[in-house]
Design a protein around this ligand. Sequence first.
Ligand SMILES: [Zn+2]
Length: 340
Amino acid sequence: MMQQIDNYKQEMTAFEATTAEAAEAFRIKYLGTKGIVKAVMGEIKNVPNDQKKAFGQILNEFKQFAEARYEVLKESTVNGQPSTVNSIDISLPGTPVAIGTRHPLSIVRNQIVSIFKRLGFAVAEGPEIEDDWHNFGAMNLPEDHPARDMQDTFYINQHPAWLLRTHTSSVQARVMEAQRPPIRVICPGRVYRNETISARAHCFFHQIEGLYIDENVSFADLKQTLYFFVQEMFGKEVKVRFRPSYFPFTEPSAEMDISCLICGGSGCTVCKHTGWVEILGSGMVHPKVLQNFDIDPEKYTGFAFGMGVERVCQLKYRINDLRLYSQNDVRFLRQFTGAV
Ligand SMILES: [Zn+2]
């Protein structure tokens, strides 16, 4: 019934009258003794008692709408103006537009990007379908490296040399190919691994990698840059520690931990009672990588780092199941209403 009333209203709004006869035809059709308004009002007898009051109000409003429209049409036949001019009430409030929310990964990515932008890093992007050279070869990943294993990487059947990038280091490769130092970029983007989907692993996730190459870039620069980042991201009280690690594209390499935000370092289940949680990998760019792009390692040095956006998001919002990010469950997503 409500739908029908709306339809009638639209019909009435669309009704045009340039002559008195046309306006009269409108009156007979809608407001006459056998008119539509009367017929609709007769429906009240079929409405349950407890809804009669609410429906009565709707009917009254419908009748007033028809009468007002008739007045407008009558008027327009006198002064010869098209009736539609008078029928638009610009003082009415507009139809509300539902405002969505940003995805938590977008919120966190934007925060990370904005922190590094303030340090002078530019944003670089590249293709998600990559060739073997940009994804592996150029990054000093030898042929027999486990990351090249078919288990981990999605290759493309028709073009065995093409693959879905396994990290955004491929974007670093493309930047080093196209630019000369000084280079200072961050590379946010989606990456793919052939993993079984679980709470802790997914076949795609998001990374932000960073690369800074110039003369006299040292490990102290790396540490201070990343320390500034975590302080901006998690607060001034956060502590960091570096653990020696191995990556083919950096030498020396280090994993960076931050003090556990939940227990403050005293030990809890999130930090597995160590007081520290892992946040990113980093290191000084391997001379071999620089040589691959004709950048002289005797003159230039650089550092690189990479982090998972999901990981930072997990620490910030305590989201422990990776699958939540891509299930499109609005009950999950709505919790981020109002977040910039
Ligand atoms: Zn803890």
